[in-house]
Write a protein that binds this ligand. Structure first.
Ligand SMILES: [Zn+2]
Length: 241
């Protein structure tokens, strides 16, 4: 029966469409892990950069402070020459010593800050390298995925055109019925009758219905699952062994 052949082809085409659509649907899930890793690395890098910039600013502030205080010392030293009284002289000398001592402390703090600055820079660079590596992989995957998505879309378009062509040769109400059963019966709308049973739901068919099916003059429906039925000698042979 020509109709059966068309329906079977159509079922195969629609199953293929489902498979490709499912593959396409799963694609974004593939990137999710790598995207998560990318975002993690990006956050780590941004935090490391912020830490680095903070330390760098502290270092600059302290360096400026040391410079300003050293200037004060130089100016005070110059003034020292013009001072007339001993009292004033020693007061200024004391102030100079005080400023120098504070600057020595500042210089020690600066050394610690320089070490932290170096460490922060190293950490930032490490984070950047890690981010670049993941980012490279992520973008490569995105390019690959875009290509695959495009190929899925092309395949789906080709399948749909095929489906349209096949469907056009069928009676419209039969086609609509077939499509409805396909959706409701998990992608099997037409099933073979084998060994007196429907291969879709495995329900035994009456000998009368089975005989009519064997005659193959028109389409029959399984009374249990409503799938369209066809008789296949091929299936009969393979089932019987
Ligand atoms: Zn059935």
């Amino acid at each position: 029966m020509e109709q059966v052949k068309i329906l079977l082809d159509l079922q195969e085409i629609m199953t293929r469409a489902r498979t490709v659509e499912e593959q396409k649907r799963r694609v974004p899930l593939e990137v999710a892990d790598l995207k998560g890793l990318f975002e993690e690395r990006e956050a780590a890098f941004l935090a490391a950069r912020q830490e680095f910039e903070g330390v760098r600013q502290q270092r600059r502030d302290l360096e400026r402070e040391i410079e300003e205080e050293s200037d004060k010392v130089e100016k005070a030293k110059a003034k020292l020459m013009g001072i007339k009284t001993n009292k004033e002289y020693y007061a200024m000398l004391k102030e100079i010593e005080q400023t120098k001592r504070l600057n020595t402390e500042r210089e020690e703090a600066l050394l610690a800050l320089m070490a932290r600055h170096e460490e922060a820079e190293k950490r930032m660079n490490e984070c950047k390298a890690e981010l670049d590596e993941v980012s490279g992989r992520y973008h490569e995957q995105m390019v690959d995925i875009d290509a695959r998505m495009a190929s899925y879309d092309r395949e789906i378009a080709a399948i749909n055109a095929d489906r349209q062509r096949k469907g056009a040769s069928l009676d419209k109400s039969l086609l609509r019925r077939f499509e409805l059963i396909f959706e409701r019966r998990s992608g099997v709308a037409i099933a073979s009758a084998q060994q007196c049973a429907c291969s879709g739901c495995h329900m035994n068919l009456s000998p009368q219905l089975y005989n009519m099916l064997q005659r193959g003059d028109k389409l029959y429906v399984c009374p249990n699952c409503n799938r369209l039925l066809y008789y296949s000698e091929e299936c009969e042979g393979s089932e019987a062994g």
